[in-house]
Design a protein around this ligand. Structure first.
Ligand code: AMP
Length: 431
């Protein structure tokens, strides 16, 4: 029989890598807690209409990347390609936004039918934060500070760069879009098929073109900066000052527009040069119009999403995962002789009680002393507790504690003394 394989671009996260994920998750939880954000969970499946209305009809995501299908009732549903739309839908539906401020975070799988490569998958995972009901640039600065605090906590600060742009209001972009379309119409010969199509449907997306001929035309094109309204300029300048005050270094990138339609004013992206082509690790910005666009009472908002796979890749390649995080087993209890297996389970239980933060494996399946020791090494244990029968037919009188390194150091002690000894070696005194 042929083996069934996973879907292309959808990865299993194997035990070798899950400690890196858990480490990253625990650091993220700590940071969002430090900033007073609360978790929200919402479904991976939503009405397709939700994403069309929020992300935009003429975006790569909605045009070609969504996993959409009719379910058994004939409803058109999509696997979520990002988190903001679902978060806003849930917050609206449950009255979380009505005259309120909210600081929320989420995490989970997202789905986009992109061409898979390193750092780009069809099922990938994001952490996101969304802040609602705060109009000033201080909340923009705060969410950027949340991301910066995560890099700090992970030791990544020196490997990431913050890029910012002010894309103005929806009206500003409309006016800019018309000017851009008019300009591009005069240079049709130099445009490829994609650019010609987009210049009428979503002209700003032409700015993302990778085609050098199109980019050459764009170098003389009208600039979005000249269309941004005065209030947006003031908001953005104040944001830059706040970031300066927090010691957060940034670059202005006038080409940064982001691939989702709902953003306005400040947009940002954190990038790295450690991941090859897929260098964006976090993207976000303000989206003041989205809540109303999805049927809620007009509520200003800002947020970001972080690509978890890309961060895990970075942390592993830069060897920033602490050794103790990777160690699933601290103590391996081995017992030679079937009559000792009950005792082995009891000793392991007693050690777990004495030292709850440690990982304790009690050997199962019998076998000779040497093969059990090999398993203890293979499990990555630091200590082996060796239970031995004292004499033929007698109950075991003592145990040996062995440090699992090349020294082979062992220390004999009474079985009852083992849990306290392990506690001394592995657990903090307060535990
Ligand atoms: P976006 O929702 O497109 O703004 O993406 C936010 C972040 O999610 C990006 O900066 C990436 O780190 C990550 N990301 C987006 N698409 C993918 C993908 N197909 N595979 C892996 N990570 C992704």
């Amino acid at each position: 029989m042929t083996k069934i394989q996973a879907i292309r671009g959808m990865n299993d996260i194997l035990p070798e890598h899950s400690p890196s994920w858990q480490y990253l998750e625990s650091r993220f939880y700590q940071v969002v807690r430090q900033f007073g954000y609360r978790e929200i969970r919402f479904p991976v499946l939503e009405q397709t209409q939700l994403f069309k209305r929020s992300i935009g009809e003429v975006t790569d995501i909605v045009e070609k990347e969504m996993y959409s299908f009719d379910d058994r009732n004939g409803d058109n549903l999509s696997l979520r390609p990002e988190g903001t739309a679902g978060c806003v839908r849930a917050a609206n539906q449950h009255g979380l936004l009505y005259n309120q401020q909210q600081r929320l975070w989420y995490q989970g799988p997202m789905f986009r039918h992109e061409r898979p490569q390193k750092g780009r998958y069809r099922q990938f995972h994001q952490f996101g934060v969304e802040a609602f009901g705060m109009a000033g640039p201080d909340i923009d600065a705060e969410i950027i500070a949340v991301s910066a605090a995560l890099w700090q906590s992970l030791g990544l600060t020196d490997f990431v760069k913050l890029e910012l742009n002010n894309i103005g209001s929806a009206d500003d972009r409309k006016a800019f879009g018309s000017a851009l379309t008019a300009y591009l119409e005069q240079h049709l010969d130099a445009l490829d098929e994609d650019a010609r199509r987009r210049m009428h449907t979503n002209p700003m997306r032409v700015l993302d073109s990778k085609n050098p001929a199109v980019q050459a035309v764009l170098s003389e094109a009208p600039s979005l900066k000249d269309f941004v309204n005065a209030d947006s300029v003031i908001h953005f300048d104040r944001l830059l000052k706040l970031l300066g005050g927090l010691g957060i270094i940034y670059e202005i990138n006038p080409r940064l527009v982001r691939g989702l339609d709902y953003y306005n004013n400040c947009v940002f992206e954190w990038t790295t040069n450690k991941l090859g082509a897929q260098g964006a690790v976090c993207g976000g910005g303000r989206y003041d119009g989205l809540v109303a666009q999805l049927g809620g009472k007009a509520t200003v908002a800002a947020g970001f999403a972080i690509g978890i796979e890309r961060l895990v890749l970075m942390l592993e390649e830069l060897q920033l995962i602490p050794e103790q995080v990777k160690r699933p087993v601290d103590v391996y209890v081995l017992a030679v002789g079937a009559e000792l297996s009950e005792l082995s389970l009891q000793v392991a239980a007693a050690i777990r009680t004495a030292c709850p933060s440690a990982g304790i494996v009690s050997h199962c399946g019998g076998g000779k002393y040497n093969s059990q020791v090999k398993r203890a090494f293979a499990a990555g244990a630091r200590y082996a507790v060796v239970l031995e029968a004292s004499a033929e037919g007698e109950p075991p009188g003592n145990a040996k504690l062995r440090i699992l390194d090349d020294s082979g150091d062992t220390q004999a002690m009474a079985i009852e003394a083992i849990p306290a000894e392990i506690q001394k070696l592995l657990c903090e005194p307060s535990e």
